[in-house]
Design a protein around this ligand. Structure first.
Ligand SMILES: *[C@@H]1O[C@H](CO)[C@@H](O)[C@H](O)[C@H]1NC(C)=O
Ligand SMILES: *[C@@H]1O[C@H](CO)[C@@H](O)[C@H](O)[C@H]1NC(C)=O
Ligand SMILES: *[C@@H]1O[C@H](CO)[C@@H](O)[C@H](O)[C@H]1NC(C)=O
Ligand SMILES: *[C@@H]1O[C@H](CO)[C@@H](O)[C@H](O)[C@H]1NC(C)=O
Ligand SMILES: *[C@@H]1O[C@H](CO)[C@@H](O)[C@H](O)[C@H]1NC(C)=O
Ligand SMILES: *[C@@H]1O[C@H](CO)[C@@H](O)[C@H](O)[C@H]1NC(C)=O
Length: 639
């Protein structure tokens, strides 16, 4: 299962705000709004004497060198492989420059905001001050209005455009209050459609000692497929598998049923992940839709007795109503992220949860910033399409995954369950263009696709790309997510693999490569980052939900399997006297395709096509293939 986010509705700006205030020729428009949500109504010009909290977000420094820095510590050929950075080193490197701080401060003081009124926040990302309405309007050459949210009654101050001096523009990301509206949209609590009650013939197959892996995937099947040996080294206290959850909780009784069904793994009843509660997130709980149960059921038999850390994110209100995804989690594991700025997004964008949460039952603490240490490996089975949220939001998150890699964290994402489409469908006027998945398409995460054992197949007979038409076995169609990003270009570590795919197994569809979507009838972006990177089995997996045995599937299952394998290998590295963390995995993976079982059959259907076909070598359906534990261990232990 991957989480989706509903589309926003934009309407034209109200006539009341249409007349833009002129600005002097020394100034330029910094941000401009083209419309806003219809529910924001009743604009009233702000009173000139009202006090307004203003924050000026400063541009981060050195971001353009992030890729180079990350490759320096993650590429197996680099002399600095594994020399990961501390959190402080990362913060320092990307903090806004003194030059930016001085130029912006000078502009403010020359505009009458005296130095003693300006606070430079601890993390260096913001200049903050209180201004009167008149001062704000004069500073930004803008008319500000207070709007009312017709659904919640909340008010927000906003303008349709504002100006800054030309020489200041490049040092600022954005200013609040600016052109934004806090955006609260109810997100549907999705029941996972990739699920059916376990049919009797599969129950029968499970009860025999000779488990039939083509009928149902058990922990034994996963161990056999990837040659995962029993645990031989003591779990290190410096290791734990991190798993992200939001809007879904695990049920201990369901996990216990799983432990009891596979007694050879020796997992006692009551075994559960260690909760790192983020902004009021609770687990276990009553909201059991299946994602958490699936993730922990699959991961524990691989990593036990190593621990799993549950990053349960957002209180019950925001876990279902926020449009954004992952930012509060990233805030909680990196203090510099809470307030840093990039490409128009500073701190939490208005589509993210707000803490303290004033809603009934809401989390009353402050937004968590750098509260938890990230685990060495983090698995995330949630996502959406690249076209849901402004590009700047994704770019900022993608850079954060880069920074986590610099710190030695391996981040793995499920690649999506809709093949070359997304659950929101396909792109273009006639909905024919492939729709890439986010954050799988970020070049600084490891995207994991799903495979299956074909009907009548066997563990030794090889896997194929998971691609099930509706009703076989799930209610809705399921195809492993894959394709090419529209936002991120092909990264260097992958360039040869992608070129080889195009040269030897050219897809039968027209493509585009410039900035015009669908140019020349193209269906996919030939200059985009290809995904997934790797795969693991993700189909026909019996687990328990609410006391019932059900069949689950999806790339949701695949990501925690690969993440568990990496966690195990980190324990082996530590036992061998090496530093544990392996950080961003892709440069090592693409240099060592032999550590994966090449998947050459199947495709990832979507947008009324068969999708991309698997082929020898890397392909945008199965990536490099599924892990071979002994080979991958040898590769990672040699580093
Ligand atoms: C796992 O977590 C428990 C509870 O926090 C702790 O007592 C134990 O030492 C941890 N195990 C390892 C290997 O770190
Ligand atoms: C563990 O819990 C499951 C689910 O409640 C139950 O079926 C099983 O009998 C329990 N096992 C033990 C040893 O208590
Ligand atoms: C699987 O095997 C059964 C029994 O031999 C056969 O009836 C069925 O057609 C096979 N299905 C596929 C997809 O090969
Ligand atoms: C296709 O990818 C390239 C490289 O990332 C990018 O510059 C271009 O804008 C993308 N095209 C579209 C239509 O998104
Ligand atoms: C969609 O339709 C508009 C208006 O006809 C056209 O300008 C644009 O090129 C079309 N886009 C695609 C991807 O076909
Ligand atoms: C967990 O599942 C068990 C078995 O179906 C059920 O009795 C229990 O109420 C569930 N617990 C929660 C908190 O939902």
């Amino acid at each position: 299962m991957t989480r989706i986010i509903s589309l926003t509705t934009i309407v034209a700006a109200l006539a009341a705000t249409a007349a833009a205030r002129p600005a002097p020729s020394t100034h330029t428009v910094h941000e401009k709004r083209y419309g806003h949500h219809a529910r924001w109504t009743n604009p009233l010009r702000i009173r000139s004497e009202s006090d307004i909290h203003v924050r000026v977000g400063l541009k981060q420094n050195n971001l353009h060198r992030g890729h180079e820095f990350l490759m320096d510590v993650s590429h197996p050929d680099s002399a600095n492989y594994g020399k990961f950075w501390t959190e402080e080193e990362v913060t320092q490197m990307f903090a806004p420059s003194d030059e930016s701080v001085n130029i912006v401060k000078n502009w403010l003081t020359e505009s009458g905001i005296h130095d003693v009124r300006i606070t430079h926040t601890d993390n260096k990302g913001w200049l903050a001050f209180v201004a009167t309405g008149e001062e704000l309007e004069n500073l930004l050459h803008a008319d500000f209005y207070e709007y009312k949210d017709s659904e919640t009654g909340h008010t927000a101050v906003s303008t349709d455009r504002y100006h800054v001096p030309k020489h200041v523009k490049e040092h600022i990301d954005y200013i609040t209050p600016g052109i934004r509206f806090p955006f609260l949209q109810k997100r549907n609590a999705l029941r996972d459609p990739l699920r059916i009650p376990t049919p009797p013939h599969i129950k029968a197959a499970l009860s025999t000692s000779d488990s039939n892996c083509a009928k149902a995937i058990t922990p034994d099947c996963i161990a056999q497929l990837y040659q995962i040996p029993p645990v031989t080294v003591s779990p290190s206290p410096d290791n734990s598998l991190g798993i992200f959850e939001e809007g879904d909780q695990y049920n201990q009784t369901d996990l216990d049923s799983y432990w009891a069904a596979y007694p050879s793994y020796g997992i006692p009843n009551g075994t559960h992940p260690i909760l790192n509660s983020i902004d009021g997130g609770e687990g276990p709980g009553k909201n059991v839709q299946g994602e958490s149960n699936l993730d922990f059921s699959l991961a524990f038999p691989i990593v036990y007795p190593q621990n799993i850390t549950l990053f349960q994110t957002d209180d019950q209100y925001w876990a279902f109503s926020s449009q954004g995804l992952f930012n509060t989690f990233l805030d909680a594991i990196d203090g510099s992220y809470c307030t840093s700025c990039y490409a128009g997004e500073c701190g939490n964008a208005d589509i993210d949860p707000v803490y303290p949460d004033t809603h009934s039952g809401g989390y009353k603490g402050q937004l968590m910033c750098g509260t938890y240490k990230p685990t060495n490996v983090i698995s995330i089975s949630y996502g959406a399409a690249e076209d849901y949220i402004p590009q700047s939001y994704y770019e900022r998150q993608c850079n954060e995954f880069m920074k986590l890699g610099l710190r030695g964290v391996s981040v793995l994402f499920a690649s999506g369950d809709s093949g070359v489409a997304s659950r929101s469908g396909c792109l273009g006027n006639s909905s024919t263009i492939f729709n890439p998945d986010w954050p799988a398409s970020c070049p600084y995460v490891t995207a994991v696709g799903a495979t299956k054992i074909p009907v009548n197949g066997s563990v030794s007979g090889g896997e194929v790309v998971a691609n099930d038409p509706a009703g076989h076995p799930f209610f809705s169609a399921f195809a492993s997510g894959g394709g090419f990003s529209n936002l991120f270009p092909i990264p260097d570590y992958q360039a040869d693999a992608v070129a080889s795919y195009f040269a030897n197994h050219n897809p039968p569809y027209p493509s585009y490569s410039g900035s015009i979507l669908g140019e020349n009838g193209g269906l996919y972006n030939r200059s985009g980052r290809g995904y997934p990177d790797v795969s693991a089995v993700g189909d026909t997996i019996p687990i328990w939900i609410g006391g019932e045995s059900v069949i689950e599937g999806g790339t949701s299952a695949s990501a925690p399997i690969v993440a568990s394998i990496i966690t195990r290998i980190i324990d082996e590295r530590i036992a061998a006297g090496k530093p544990g963390p392996v950080g961003f995995l892709n440069p090592v993976f693409y240099k060592n395709p032999d550590a994966f079982n090449d998947i050459t059959q199947g495709s990832n259907a979507g947008c009324n096509t068969a999708g991309f076909s698997a082929a020898p070598g890397w392909d945008p359906a199965s990536g490099l293939g599924t892990p071979n534990y002994p080979k991958l261990r040898d590769v990672l232990l040699a580093l």
